[in-house]
Structures are given as structure tokens and as C-alpha cells.
Design a protein around this ligand. Structure first.
Ligand code: PPS
Length: 285
């Protein structure tokens, strides 16, 4: 996958909309404000679902905003040229998303009171989701088989680098007051409670019918049908016609794809890399 990539500090980035100069500027000079809200993920962890949910919380469940402005403008990716330019101009509290590993994140964040949500997902499902997604992308070297992508993923030769390093890096923030860890799995299994948790963290109060509307409009089906959120606007330029962001939206899909040997290799690697972290962080177990 990294054949077509832009490299910065040993991490590969997609070839489109990223540059080492910009990544350096983002890290050194982007000013995170105390009132900003940051949504952080490793790619394919449910980023867009989290963004949609937070946007709907901000609009008190009113779907007008999420149905009229593309998701990448509502909550721009700070590390992309497009997102960085937009964010620099934005007045007031901003929603910001990012896939950056902790060591490349804007330094100003670590001195700010800005709130950050880190969304984690079973890396096995991240792997499978990524395999299908990158197969239709025009800006990375496409995997030819799941077997090949599995190798790339476990070696950390995928965009934004090693999942293990990413998760470990950000989890080191877990005791900070302005940092919330959520998992895709808890969002799936108890969406309502997770939305309530997000509201509490962000200091937002929703009426019951507003909360119901957040849930309805951020559902897999609603997002799949929303052209402002489903990436269909990017087809042709960035993705093949068959590419889809909202593929299945389930937990445990890896079981349909991993061989027994791959499952064992992954378990062993996970154990080696993550054994010293509290295991209750990994809800899929
Ligand atoms: S990206 O390209 O890295 O920003 O992708 P990301 O949004 O992080 O992850 C895409 C996966 O999230 C699933 N998804 C959802 N699941 C449940 N409910 C909702 N509303 C939802 N929205 C997105 C999406 O289907 C991708 O997972 P897979 O397993 O491929 O279906």
C-alpha cells in the first residue's frame, strides 16, 4: 500500500491532499483552541459515524446541517490541505477530525483544554474494512488480496502506520479529563448510552426527542442514503464507482474473512503489543 504514499517522520500518508511540508506545519503551528472538539481515530474505525453523531448533537438532532454540508467540511481533517485551510478560517468552536498518530499531532493541543474523543475498533474489523475500502481508492497502492493486505497491516505498512502504535500512543492520554475513549463496539451494541456519554462529555443536554433524532439520522441506513456523508460525492475523482464507505457496519465481520492461521497470528501479535494495557479497553474480547 505504501508504494504510492507520501512519507513524513516514518509514517505513510495517502498521496492525495497530504504533504510533508503541511504535516510539519500542522504539527508545529496549528493552534488548537480550548473550545475545539477533536475526533481522533485510526482509519476505518467508525470516524464518519462519530462525526455524524457529534454534528447531530450540536444541531440538537436537526438533520438540516448533516444533509446540506459535506462531512469533510463540517468536521475537517486537520492534516489535509483542504481541511487545514478551512480550519484556519473557521471562527468560534470548531469540530476537527484527524487520523494522526499522537507524535505528529499539533503540539498546541497538549497545552490546551480542548476535548478529544478517541474512537477505537477491533483492529481485525479495521483490517477487513480497510481492505475493501482501499481496493477502490485511487490514491493508494491497492491491495490485490486480503492475504496481502493482512501482511501489510500487521507490519504497519498501511496509511497512518501501525494500528498498534496508533492505539497505544493515544491511549496514553486515557487518564486526562479532556480525553474520552469510546469503542465502535459499544456504539454498535448500545448506541443510545454511547450518545448520552458523548453528550455528557461535551456538556450538551438533549431532550428525549432530540436524542431520538440523533440516533435516527446517524444510523447506518440514514448515513448510507445521505450523499453529504456517504462519500458518493468523491466517486470518480477519488474512488471507483463500486467504492463504498458504508459497507456493512457490523462488529466481528473479520470472522468471515480471516483464516484460522491469520486469526492465530493476529491474536499472538495483539498479545505481544497490547498485553500491558488494561484489557477492559478492548470491549470486543
Ligand atoms: S475512514 O475512511 O477511515 O474515515 O472510515 P471510517 O468512517 O473510520 O470507517 C468506516 C467504517 O465505519 C462504518 N460505519 C458505520 N457503522 C455503523 N453505523 C454507522 N452509522 C456507520 N457509518 C460508518 C462503515 O460501514 C465502515 O465499516 P465497514 O466494516 O467497512 O462496514
Amino acid at each position: 500500500m505504501t508504494g504510492k504514499c507520501v512519507w513524513f517522520e516514518g509514517i505513510p500518508f495517502p498521496s492525495l491532499d497530504y504533504s510533508p511540508e503541511l504535516l510539519r506545519e500542522v504539527q508545529e503551528s496549528f493552534l488548537v483552541k480550548d473550545e475545539d472538539v477533536l475526533l481522533l481515530t485510526f482509519p476505518k474505525s467508525g470516524t464518519n459515524w462519530l462525526i455524524e453523531t457529534v454534528c447531530l448533537i450540536y444541531s440538537k438532532g436537526d438533520p438540516k446541517w448533516v444533509q446540506s454540508e459535506p462531512i469533510w467540511d463540517r468536521c475537517p481533517w486537520v492534516e489535509t490541505k483542504h481541511g487545514y485551510e478551512l480550519l484556519k478560517e473557521k471562527e468560534g468552536p470548531r469540530l476537527i477530525s484527524s487520523h494522526l498518530p499522537i507524535q505528529l499531532f499539533p503540539k498546541s493541543f497538549f497545552k490546551s483544554k480542548a476535548k478529544m474523543i478517541y474512537l477505537i475498533r477491533n483492529p481485525r474489523d479495521v483490517l477487513v474494512s480497510g481492505y475493501f475500502f482501499w481496493r477502490s481508492a485511487k490514491f493508494v497502492k491497492r491491495p490485490q488480496s486480503l492475504e496481502q493486505y493482512f501482511e501489510w497491516f500487521v507490519e504497519g505498512n498501511v496509511v497512518f502506520g501501525s494500528w498498534f502504535d496508533h492505539a497505544r500512543g493515544w491511549m496514553s492520554m486515557r487518564d486526562k479529563e479532556n480525553f474520552l475513549i469510546l469503542s465502535y463496539e459499544e456504539m454498535k451494541w448500545d448506541t443510545r448510552s454511547t450518545v448520552e456519554k458523548i453528550c455528557q462529555f461535551l456538556g450538551k443536554k438533549l431532550e428525549p426527542e432530540e436524542l431520538n433524532s440523533v440516533l435516527k439520522n446517524s444510523s447506518f441506513q440514514a448515513m448510507k442514503e445521505n450523499s453529504m456523508s456517504n462519500y458518493s460525492l468523491l466517486k470518480g475523482q477519488y474512488f471507483e464507482e463500486n467504492g463504498q464507505l458504508l459497507r456493512k457496519g457490523v462488529t466481528g465481520d473479520w470472522r468471515n474473512y480471516f483464516t484460522v492461521a491469520q486469526a492465530e497470528t493476529f491474536d499472538k501479535l495483539f498479545q505481544e503489543k497490547m498485553a500491558d494495557l488494561p484489557q477492559d479497553l478492548f470491549l470486543w474480547k
